[in-house]
Design a protein around this ligand. Structure first.
Ligand code: F6P
Length: 487
């Protein structure tokens, strides 16, 4: 592919579908990317005229980007196994301030309602430096997209890292059909107003420059509309799902993301997963298996989930010795102190539980923090009960993946604050994620559920979870974008 070839479909996200590692000899290797967004977008078929633009996340990524013409990794000898990728070599300090400072300390906290308002947020000179970097980071994407897009091309921009990119791109290329998709919740207007006024306005105007802006659940779309009305004074039509602002119309849509069941089941039938299942069987024996799988970060509410399990063991002693809780909590965003402290808190509570209840012949809780996808899939297949209790979540794909993979039916205790709760509804056991007693009660109900009910509920969950697989999710949005650009 020539470095100046123009593309008709472009995707943009912070984390791309691939990343690079050095091997022992110092050679660069391309490996598959991590994260829900990556696996969803990887469903796009290999096609000549599509390009995925993402940030280089490490030194190895930067080197790979530099060693290929125009940073396009399919053209430089790396087989990405997906659509052509261009990694943007953004200056490391700018990247760190944008990703750690704004995206994951400010916007992630904002949309998941994680601020502890007595202490955070603090909008000071440091914040302003970070914000400048966030603008620069968004500009790097807008320029790369503007450079590579065919006239009238469709550009799909993903997530809170890139809230300003639609507007920066529109200023450079008014001919493009641009969409933005939020994989997080959207903060209620009163919470959004915690931001400095100019920042709040820039974020909303950034998204409104798109033709389409999408959300995973109706609640998040409604919150966005309320912010547009209340903060910008935009004209909102809730029936049509439109926002008119500064002479431009934006269509606001809801596109819940589901699971590619066939693919996932095929992956979970590989020898590495069978081997992990044998290990889990040895650990659990004939006890019930309660599973959770999360990135170890604050919105996932792991600490409260563990405390609820402790409540279950304290107040319902019949479960002592009869259940094993396997909690897989993978490291996430460890450059940010709050995330590191949270992971340490998870570890502490887990140790307390083992200390209080553990015995030579019973491990009440096994917490594992090393990344092992095959082990997660093994746990999904074998779980009798899953706990998915985020304080707030755009969707939560774990709640969908577990019933799809379950070998003998799994009862899912699910936070009502996860986007997935809207679709999965009463087939799951819905809980208020802050209510530890109610969560412990739901665990008990799930553990005592009879086999028929558990299997029936699990089958309903699996059917709903696979209703809109990633390929359809993408195609629907590409169609919606073409329609919006024509309107
Ligand atoms: O939930 C939003 C999101 O961007 C997901 O799409 C993705 O799985 C996750 O956050 C990635 O986080 P990070 O790239 O910081 O590990």
């Amino acid at each position: 592919m020539a470095s100046d070839q123009k593309m008709s479909v472009l995707l943009a996200s912070n984390r791309g579908p691939v990343s690079f590692r050095y091997d022992d000899t110092g050679a660069l290797h391309c490996v598959g990317g991590a994260g829900g967004l990556s696996s969803a977008l990887a469903a796009i078929p290999r096609q000549e005229n599509a390009l995925w633009v993402a940030a280089a996340l490490s030194d190895a990524d930067r080197l790979a980007a530099r060693s290929t013409p125009d940073g396009r990794l399919d053209a430089g000898g790396f087989d990405t196994g997906t659509i052509p990728v261009r990694l943007l070599d953004i200056e490391p300090l700018t990247f760190a301030r944008a990703y750690n400072g704004i995206a994951n300390s400010t916007l992630w906290f904002l949309h998941h309602l994680l601020f502890d308002t007595a202490n955070t947020p603090i909008f000071d000179a440091r914040f302003r430096h970070e914000w400048e970097s966030y603008v620069e980071y968004n500009l790097a994407f807008a320029e790369a997209l503007a450079h590579s897009a065919d006239p009238g091309a469709r550009v799909m921009i993903q997530d809170y890292h890139l809230s300003l990119a639609p507007r920066l791109l529109r200023e450079r290329r008014p001919d493009l059909a641009i969409s933005h998709f939020s994989h997080t919740p959207w903060a209620p207007a009163d919470y959004f107003r915690l931001l400095p006024d100019d920042v709040a306005v820039d974020l909303l105007e950034g998204l409104l420059a798109a033709n389409n802006t999408g959300f995973l659940a109706p609640r998040w779309a409604q919150a966005f509309l309320t912010c547009c009305e209340g903060i910008l004074g935009a004209v909102v039509d809730r029936d049509r799902g439109t926002v008119d602002y500064a002479g431009h119309r934006t269509f606001v849509g809801v596109h819940p993301l589901g699971i590619d069941a066939d693919n996932l089941r095929a992956r979970a039938d590989q020898p590495d997963v069978w081997a992990r299942m044998a290990g889990l069987r040895d650990l659990v024996g004939d006890r019930r298996l309660l599973v959770r799988v999360d990135r170890a970060e604050l919105s996932k509410n792991i600490v409260r989930g563990l405390i609820a399990y402790r409540e279950l063991l304290r107040h319902r002693p019949q479960w002592r010795g009869r259940v094993v809780h396997v909690a897989l909590a993978y490291p996430s965003r460890h450059d940010i102190p709050e995330y590191r402290e949270y992971a340490a808190a998870v570890q502490r509570v887990a140790e307390e539980i083992v200390e209080e209840f553990g015995s030579p012949d019973w491990d009440p809780l096994v917490l594992a923090v090393d990344d092992d996808y095959a082990r997660s899939l093994a746990a999904y297949r074998m779980a009798d009960v899953a706990i998915v209790n985020p304080v707030r979540d755009g969707m939560n794909l774990v709640a969908k993946e577990i019933p799809v993979l379950s070998d003998d039916g799994c009862a899912v205790v699910l936070s009502r604050e996860a986007g997935a709760a809207v679709e999965l509804g009463d087939a799951a056991l819905l809980v208020n994620p802050f209510d530890i007693e109610a969560t412990a009660d739901a665990m008990h109900t799930a553990l005592t559920m009879d086999d028929d009910e558990r299997r029936t509920r699990s089958a309903r969950l699996a059917a709903t979870a696979s209703a809109c697989p990633p390929k359809r999710w993408l195609t629907d949005q590409l169609d919606a974008l073409a329609a919006a650009a024509r309107a």
